[in-house]
Design a protein around this ligand. Structure first.
Ligand code: SAM
Length: 557
């Protein structure tokens, strides 16, 4: 076997798996399984299968996931840069699938970075409802933001906060919460041998303490009737079945929803408690001792994805339902799991959410604004509702010039340039709730609570910024659009050399005949650059040249 497993780990796995241990060990010599998940915010999975040159085989437990073959390089394909799919370890696709978000849900992804499961949830929401994603590590949040932007997610709010600070504003707020918990990562040893080298026998206990807190915090933020899906990519029972059994004992208001053992999933381990006494002496772990026969029975219905039982690296998943009334229509999980490729079945339509209004800490969000246009003496008027309830009015004259009055420095947020740009170039309705942070403007999902004191990294879909009365659209805006949402389009075939040039940040020579645009706006100005019909970024056309607006940090290297 190529990989060197820590002895204490191997011994523990032998106790855990008994006669199956040999198969488990042999799985380390199997070829690795590579997965990608189609981003259905961009196109249906079937359409991607037709379009793609990769050799794809469906992953049984998701309707949008596929194995690709070693040798295919989906990360080096232009469609990757248009956000058509996310490269994801196959078993890591199970938790968000089981969370089963439907359009209109309010969902929290509590430990979200780098965003594999967040983008999966966002695709389930199809732009309706709210996705709050959070991660405690600021450096990892950058990747999270980038992945959400690449996927074209419009209804996500990105936080970088300690979960205990979220329980107040989000008390009993979410329909569904995913806790993809920080864990000892024993399922990742094959993918990343360094993790095996760094593993220590006390790691499970160390992570268990964190996981316990995260579960309790999530419980507070879930509506009655809502669902928490808890997952790890580790094998230790302390972080898995024991964690859930203890949670069930602490929270009688929750029931553990059985997940069917389909597709090679196996039920959680129930008979580990007796064995664990020995392991505790060795590892100093004590958590499992509190597991009684009754709570052990409760964890039947949690599932393990073992690398020797299916084509994936390994995961643990539990589904926890908070009892009580819930307006959501709840799907039957076993049925959903067994359906492959059937879409979302009978989906609940978006429900209207109460909108208590938003005020936020000045540091992060400068003002909230709800544009409303009224005719007044032939002048357009935009109302800005500034933070703290102050109101300032910005009027535009016929030429679109804005004249702020009774506005202080902070409140001088010009929505007019954004509105003018939007009205001229976009066929999409302007988002209802706009929020400005300095010169940066975001479309904010409805129904957020007061986020004062919370580190908000993205209060919504980043639309662009205003400089010297000009609106500059953001990369996130381009990726969140569909081709037909914008009027001036440069569409390049995915196999054209121009595609690579564009992704490398080069200027393109492009006669105006290559662009699509209505005569009323002409060829000059921002064009939405699409790859095979899918937006990938902006260019600026002038006199036969497309100036490249593809962001430097995103470029093909
Ligand atoms: C298993 S990873 C999440 C992977 C992610 N769900 C995905 O699919 O891409 C766990 C994440 O939890 C974050 N984390 C660790 N402790 C946390 C805490 N107390 N609150 C929130 N996030 C935490 C880590 O920074 C890490 O990004």
């Amino acid at each position: 076997m190529g990989i060197q497993l820590p002895k204490a780990f191997s011994d523990k796995m032998k106790r855990l798996l008994g006669t199956e241990y040999a198969d488990f060990l042999a799985s380390y010599d199997d070829p690795r399984w590579f997965g990608l998940r189609v981003n259905t915010l961009k196109l249906p999975a079937e359409a991607f299968q037709r379009l793609s040159s990769f050799r794809l085989t469906p992953i049984p437990w998701t309707s949008t996931g596929f194995y690709y073959e070693d040798g295919d390089r989906p990360g080096k394909h232009p469609y990757y840069h248009a956000g058509l799919y996310y490269i994801q370890e196959p078993s890591a696709m199970a938790p968000a699938e089981l969370l089963d978000a439907v359009p209109g849900d309010r969902v929290l992804d509590l430990c979200a970075a780098p965003g594999g499961k967040s983008t999966q949830i966002a695709a389930k929401l199809q732009g309706e409802g709210l996705l709050v994603v959070n991660d405690i590590h600021a450096d990892r949040v950058k990747a999270l933001v980038k992945n959400l932007e690449l996927a074209g997610v419009r209804n996500a709010v990105v936080l970088n906060e300690r979960p205990d600070k979220l329980t107040g504003p989000f008390a009993a707020y979410f329909d569904k919460i995913l806790i993809d918990a920080p864990c000892s990562g024993e399922g990742m040893f094959r993918k990343d041998e360094e993790m095996a080298k760094q593993w220590q026998p006390d790691h499970p206990q160390h992570y268990a303490a964190m996981q316990r807190e995260l579960l309790d915090q999530a419980a507070e933020m879930l509506k009655p009737g809502g669902r928490i899906v808890y997952s790890t990519c580790t094998f230790s029972p302390e972080e898995n079945e024991a964690m859930i059994a203890q949670f069930a004992a602490r929270h009688p208001e929750f029931m553990i929803e059985p997940i069917p053992a389909a597709h090679g999933f196996r039920y959680g381990i129930l008979d580990w408690a007796d064995e664990q006494q020995d392991a505790d002496e060795e590892t100093g772990a004590g958590a499992w001792n509190s597991l009684t026969g009754q709570s052990a029975a409760a964890v039947k219905g949690t599932v393990r994805l073992w690398p020797h039982e299916l084509k994936g690296e390994g995961h643990f998943v539990a589904s926890l339902r908070k009892t009580g009334d819930h307006s959501a229509h709840v799907e039957n999980m076993p049925d959903r799991l067994e359906t492959k490729g059937g879409g979302n079945g009978e989906e609940r339509k978006g429900r209207p959410f109460s909108s208590p209004g938003l005020s936020a800490e000045p540091e992060y969000i400068a003002a909230t604004a709800k544009p409303e246009r009224t005719a007044r003496n032939g002048k357009a008027e935009t109302r800005l509702t500034a933070m703290g309830g102050n109101r300032s009015t910005v009027r535009s004259d016929k030429k679109g010039r804005s004249k702020p009055h009774e506005a202080n420095e902070r409140e001088e947020i010009r929505m007019d340039p954004l509105q003018a740009f939007w009205q001229e170039h976009l066929t999409l309705a302007i988002p209802e709730q706009l929020t400005a942070y300095g010169d940066h403007i975001y479309a904010q999902p409805a129904g957020l609570p007061d986020l004062s004191g919370i580190r908000v990294i993205r209060p919504g879909w980043y639309l662009g910024s205003v400089h010297k009365q000009r609106f500059e659209p953001s990369h996130a805006l381009a990726l969140g659009l569909r081709r037909g949402d914008y009027l001036r389009v440069l569409d390049i075939p995915s196999d054209s050399p121009d595609t690579l040039r564009y992704l490398k940040g080069e200027t393109l020579e492009m006669p105006k005949e290559r662009l699509d645009y209505p005569a009323a706006i002409g060829p000059k100005g921002y064009c939405l650059v699409c790859i095979g019909g899918f937006p990938a970024g902006w260019g600026k056309w002038v006199d036969g040249i497309v100036k490249n607006e593809y962001p430097p940090g995103w470029r093909w290297t």
